[in-house]
Design a protein around this ligand. Structure first.
Ligand code: FE2
Length: 330
């Protein structure tokens, strides 16, 4: 089993104990930086991720007072499956971001060329200014697959062997996809491997020269699963590469060694997730978009929550352009 091959002795043992802060300085000197590409990305403001063919209707929502400034959506690789719905949103003057769940950004199984070409066509057709997805196992066999076939995302293993595979996978995607690629730490009901999350993603981003999307609930899930605090290794996060932030609802389930965080976009945002947003935004000067992931929520919940998210962005974001964009909407 490919995943098992990447687990090495000690990964699951308690205790972290690494002291490799120098990695950041090392990589900053050795690898190129996509700073100019990030600078050129549009600042989209505060938006929502929605199901295109379900309630609430994305077009009704973007036309409502205080509605989302952009719409993010998942979907299949073939753009024809979503083109009609996406065209309606764009015709209303709202940009879209494609955020699927079928790319292997980690692991030993490569993404097929045809799969990546379909993705590139999709991105170009809808004008998604960047391409972001969770760095997780979406399929384990030859050929493409959607993460739903595995039940859900299987989180990447946090060790050196897995890190090297992730760099390979991101480079493979970058070679085919025509826009900035961003990787997202996945939701973690469990954590395998002892490498701190920000060291893993910081190193992948620097070595593969890609951007990062940080989901606040996923960071909370990592803290609960690993017992580690993300702020303890904040110095290892290349903050200038974080272009997007997600916030979404969740629920806690009892686990053998404490609560387990489960991503649940139809549920309310939990207090630790709100706190993570308030604490992280001041650290992230390059964020272009803050997305409330709310598939399955009511229109009223979406609009109320967007108001609160915008208020936090205005008060806490380190990107003045994002503050201005959020401030332009009531
Ligand atoms: Fe997310």
């Amino acid at each position: 089993m490919a995943v098992r091959e990447q687990i090495v002795d000690g990964d699951i043992a308690p205790g972290v104990g690494e002291n490799l802060v120098h990695v950041q300085a090392l990589h900053q000197g050795r690898y190129g930086f996509m700073g100019a590409q990030i600078e050129a990305l549009p600042v989209l403001g505060v938006g929502a991720s929605l199901s295109l063919s379900a309630q609430p209707d994305p077009v009704a929502l973007v036309q409502a007072a205080g509605g989302p400034s952009f719409v993010e959506y998942a979907g299949r690789a073939d753009v024809e499956d979503v083109r009609a719905e996406v065209d309606r949103i764009r015709a209303a003057g709202t940009p879209v971001l494609f955020h699927p769940s079928y790319i292997n950004f980690c692991g030993t199984f490569p993404n097929s060329r045809a799969w990546l070409e379909a993705t590139a066509r999709h991105i170009a057709a809808v004008g998604s200014p960047w391409f972001a997805q969770d760095c997780a196992y979406c399929f384990w066999q030859e050929g493409p697959g959607y993460s739903t076939q595995l039940g859900y995302f299987i989180p990447t293993i946090l060790n050196e062997a897995s890190l090297r595979r992730a760099i390979e996978r991101v480079r493979e995607v970058k070679a085919q996809v025509p826009v900035v690629v961003a990787i997202e730490p996945p939701p973690m009901a469990f954590a395998v491997g002892k490498m701190p999350l920000f060291r893993f993603f910081g190193t992948v981003a620097r070595e593969a020269d890609c951007a990062i999307l940080l989901d606040m609930g996923h960071l909370v899930s990592y803290e609960m699963a690993s017992g580690c605090r993300v702020r303890d290794t904040l110095a290892e996060l290349p903050r200038e590469r974080v272009i997007e932030v997600h916030i979404a609802g969740g629920r806690l389930e009892p686990g053998t060694s404490g609560p387990i965080y489960i991503d649940a976009h139809e549920r309310a945002i939990l207090d630790p997730t709100w706190r993570m947003l308030e604490n992280m935004l001041p650290e992230l000067p390059a964020v272009r978009a803050v997305c409330f992931e709310c598939e399955g929520a009511s229109e009223e919940t979406v609009l109320t929550t967007l108001r609160r998210v915008r208020s936090i962005v205005r008060g806490r974001s380190a990107n003045p352009a994002l503050v201005a964009r959020a401030g332009a909407v009531n």
